[in-house]
Each structure stands twice: as structure tokens, then as C-alpha cells.
Design a protein around this ligand. Structure first.
Ligand code: SF4
Length: 152
């Protein structure tokens, strides 16, 4: 039986990013995933109650999530992260393929909170919560290498 994995909705082609765009995976990547897994898409920011489009946000040094004008959105981001975790728990999901650099989905690198395009080491709010609860997280740039390790 196929295992179920979680994938960022924007990587599946849904226009759920702050500017209503998507960042779809390559067709070959998506079909390789669909061959091997059941896929559940999630956008933690929309799940947390934020509109689409919305103002971009970044994580500040104290882990608050703010827009450039200073609006604090942490509650929405946390709600979305816990919603994503609940999906993982309900479906026995052990792996999430999440969009890089996002303040929710980013894994390994995120923007530094200054809205200057600088990246720092760190994870988004959802990635962090999933990792803390034993869900493996990879981003789309690691997908091809990871797919080679998946046993048929
Ligand atoms: Fe994509 Fe995640 Fe941002 Fe939603 S929160 S748009 S799924 S990167």
C-alpha cells in the first residue's frame, strides 16, 4: 500500500503564495511522487486563516512573524503549523516535501526577517513543528536525490 506524504500546496501548482502564484514542481517530479505516494497538499498559511493574496511576512530574530509594516501574524502561522501537524498525525504521515525559504514551509534556509533578501540558517514555523514531532522534512531542491533513495 502506498504511504501518504504531505506536500506544500504551492509546489502542487495551487496559487496560494502571498501573491497568488504557485511554484509547481516539474511534471516529472510530480508524476514520480504520485507513482510512489498518496499526496496531501497543504498551505499552512491559508490553513491558519490568512487570505490570498496577503502581505509577505518573515520571521524576526525572536521568532515573531511580521509583515514589513510590522503587523504580527504569529498566531496565524502557528495555527497553520498545528493544522499541518494534525494532518500528519491523522494520516500517519512521516515525510513532508515543503517549499524552501518560506517562513512556514522553509527548511534549512529562511529569510532573515529584514525583508532584504538575505537568507540565514533556520526553518519555517511549520517545518520546525513537524520536525519536532518526528516528521522528516525535505525541500523541493532535495527531491530528486531523495526520490532515488525510495525503494519500489
Ligand atoms: Fe507554499 Fe507553504 Fe507558502 Fe503556503 S505557506 S504558499 S504552501 S510555501
Amino acid at each position: 500500500m502506498k504511504k501518504t506524504i504531505l506536500v506544500s500546496s504551492c509546489l502542487l501548482g495551487y496559487g496560494v503564495r502571498f501573491d497568488k502564484t504557485s511554484k509547481p514542481l516539474l511534471k516529472e517530479q510530480l508524476s514520480a511522487l504520485e507513482d510512489k505516494f498518496n499526496i496531501i497538499g497543504v498551505c499552512p498559511e491559508v490553513l491558519g486563516g490568512l487570505p490570498c493574496p496577503r502581505r509577505p511576512a518573515e520571521i524576526s530574530k525572536n521568532r515573531e512573524i511580521r509583515t514589513q509594516s510590522g503587523q504580527v501574524l504569529s498566531t496565524f502561522f502557528l495555527k497553520g503549523a498545528h493544522g499541518a501537524l494534525n494532518i500528519c498525525k491523522n494520516y500517519g504521515i512521516q515525510l513532508a516535501v515543503l517549499k524552501s525559504k518560506s517562513p512556514s514551509c522553509g527548511f534549512g534556509k529562511i529569510y532573515d526577517g529584514t525583508f532584504s533578501g538575505c537568507l540565514i540558517n533556520g526553518n519555517g514555523i511549520t517545518s520546525d513543528l513537524l520536525l519536532q514531532n518526528g516528521v522528516k522534512v525535505i525541500n523541493e531542491s532535495e527531491l530528486d536525490d531523495w526520490l532515488k533513495t525510495v525503494k519500489e
